[in-house]
Design a binder for this molecule. Structure first.
Ligand code: RB5
Length: 143
């Protein structure tokens, strides 16, 4: 699995923890930035990640900002992206099984790194169910 990763300054510390998590597990990724804690604008990182995932250059994306909201709003503007802000295990799992979510978003200021990594693990390993009723709903979104 190939992952595209990005954050703004508010998500930078958590992104650093996520990078270590991916490296430790040998999961292939590209870090689209930001690369420092200086204040920056989340669309500058969320949009390239979303474009790359929509173009299927990467299987999944991970975006982090202060709340998770700014990056998710940005990413969901790109057709083919299904980005979800995750703060609980049920949403992590169901967003994959039902929604075939392809980008997970975290708020670096609202979730601990330990919890985010646990939820990321659930999200990464959960497949889309492929059920017809879910496919029908996803087709309606694209339409
Ligand atoms: C940056 O201060 C903050 O607005 C951003 O990280 C994010 O939380 C926006 O939704």
């Amino acid at each position: 699995m190939k992952i595209a990763l990005g954050s703004d300054h508010g998500g930078f510390p958590l992104k650093t923890r996520i990078l270590a998590y991916l490296k430790k597990r040998g999961i292939e990724f590209k870090d689209f930035g930001t690369f420092a804690e200086e204040s920056c604008d989340y669309p500058d990182f969320a949009y390239p990640v979303a474009r790359a995932v929509a173009a299927k250059k990467y299987d999944r994306g991970i975006l982090v900002c202060g709340s998770g909201v700014g990056v998710s709003i940005t990413a969901n503007r790109v057709k083919g992206v299904r980005a979800v802000v995750v703060t609980d295990a049920y949403t992590a799992k169901q967003s994959r099984e039902h929604g075939d979510s392809n980008i997970i978003c975290f708020g670096g200021r609202v979730i601990t790194a330990a919890k985010a990594l646990k939820l990321l693990g659930i999200w990464l390993k959960t497949p889309f169910s492929g059920d017809e009723r879910h496919l029908r709903r996803l087709r309606k979104i694209d339409k």
